[in-house]
Design a protein around this ligand. Sequence first.
Ligand code: CUA
Length: 188
Amino acid sequence: MAPGPTAEVWYGLFTLYTSAAIIINAVIMSIFVILLLKYRASKAAEEGGQIDAKKLALVFVVLSAVIFYSLEFYTLSAMDFIETPPEDIDMVIEVQGLQWTWKFIYPNGTESIGTLRIPRGTTVLFKVVSLDVHHKFGIPDLKASIDAVPGQTNYLWVRFDQPGEYVVRCYELCGVGHANMVATIIVE
Ligand code: CUA
């Protein structure tokens, strides 16, 4: 089970693409083999059988278009879901990225460096800023990330449906401490 709705949508999309790739590959390969057996040059010559290339090409074009636009539609819907904060935000947390740690500011003004505690099932809106250089605030388990840019506020919404400890990482090379720019979100 995915730890939150954004991750669920992400995994859904991943499964969709993987299944589509496997199915399309299987179908193409099958058609290839069938045509190969059915229209062998010797046999075709014997029976005067001819493949209707135009019809086949049309089928492929239409099928490709349907598959392409379906995937496009699902991808854009998923991106929209992940990127648009819902109406019912329970808690707004300010996140400040700085070389090389993450600072969290709770709604009541309490500050915490490197650790954030939130209740399970809470829909959280992170207001992400940077105090120095370009960072990227990311929660790998939730498949969620957003740029932390100086002089700009970016928003990322998440919901943790399962208790546990979640790692926060920096996804933007930001200096010698980049790899150690981690924090923990404790969901209780
Ligand atoms: Cu901050 Cu990399």
